[in-house]
Unconditional design. Sequence first.
Length: 511
Amino acid sequence: MKKSRKGLLRGVFSRATVIIILFLIQILLLLSTFLWFNHYRLHLQILEIILMTGAVLYLVNSQMDTLSIITWLLVILPFPLLGTLFLIYTKQDWGYRELKTLMKKSTQAIKPYFQHDQKILNRLKESHARTYNLAQYLHRSGGFPVYENTKVTYFPDGQSKFEEMKKQLLKAEKFIFLEYFIIAEGLMWGEILSILEQKAKEGVEVRVMYDGMLELSTLSFDYAKRLKKIGINAKVFSPISPFVSTYYNYRDHRKILVIDNKVAFNGGINLADEYINHIERFGYWKDTAVMLEGEGVASFTLMFLQMWSTTNKDYYFEPYVRNSYKAAANGYVIPYSDSPLDHEKVGENVYIDILNQARDYVHIMTPYLILDSELEHALKFAAERGVDVKIIMPGIPDKKVPYALAKRYFPALLDAGVKIYEFTPGFVHAKVFVADGIKAVVGTINLDYRSLYHHFECATYMYQTDCIADVEKDFQETLKQSRRVTRSTLRKEKISTKVIGVVVKLVAPLL
């Protein structure tokens, strides 16, 4: 009886319960404030008009995309006072001021370590001027160098990546860095953790970093401490606390594994059993990843250290990038990241550049399709120029509302000549662009507002590397298992799906 009471008390007073209760209290306080303002509404009408006018002027003169402006207007016009205050709150950095400061410091500290080789850029400029321009943009926006001597291996599924990860982890001699959006206890993480524990005992430095949202889902609040007990240094990015804040909008969606500055993994695959199809969630889980060997690994090492330094203010990076390794390989590689704190849409700009420069085809795999006006225009314009634009999306979605919303973009894209397919065996989680047989991107960046505006992301841009043929081959194999979407199939959609899509599109920037 005593044990059951203790268990009940633990459940009632758990950290998650306390956080939820405090969130509810804050929401009630906000509602009470709103009701108080309503009581004095007559006295506040002039103030509302002034605030609303100021908010509208701010929005129409801002750099937001059209749909975001419309969404804000739909909030502000019916609720001038509350809507304007909410706009002010979200556009100020009160919720993430410290993170912004730390990220700025780590960015400045890490820049000298990015080894920018002007000779490579000059060679690229002479032979491939358009790719040179993109390389210049990525260098200016984030300091990301372009590399030669980097071998890239493409994995068309989580199973093959998982097996190679284990092989490479067992070879580690100096350090292992892991940064993942999702870690869930099970077969995949269990086997990796066993290797990490073994390596830590051998004297290898092991660091693990994961997003704070996991503390409300797959991992316990004390999981980082549990890892430290077995010799693994663990950090939580943006841990959850019981305060309403825009800080929680910015999640670490990246997936990075670096071993000894020799090998790096990047792509859409998290550390959970559905990603290797050990368990089934939404049919077959289609995902992709790449493994880099050689000089380009250094950028992923630095990306990890940059994010890690925001949790402990440690800017001592030199030992981890002291030695670079060359691998015999063709082509050019640019690993890059994207931050929501600098207002530079690196991920979207790379995608748009691929679409604008394409001559023959652009083939895309993405789990979500929630587009701003710029990306939607680029997709349509590429198709209208005669470029073969194909998009493969899930046949079985993981989230019904974004899935219904994606279908609202289909008619305009289809009319422009974009070809859309749905992967019938299950869920596509891959984030892949491949174009003209000469360029490709594999990474973590979805075609939705969350990835393009609100998350920390990373990807690998490849030009004339050998593995690009493997990316295109995988796309074609996936295409064979997909059904084409047409105007006719869209008409057969459920009324409820259509209604949800139409209504939710008004708030698409929030999804």
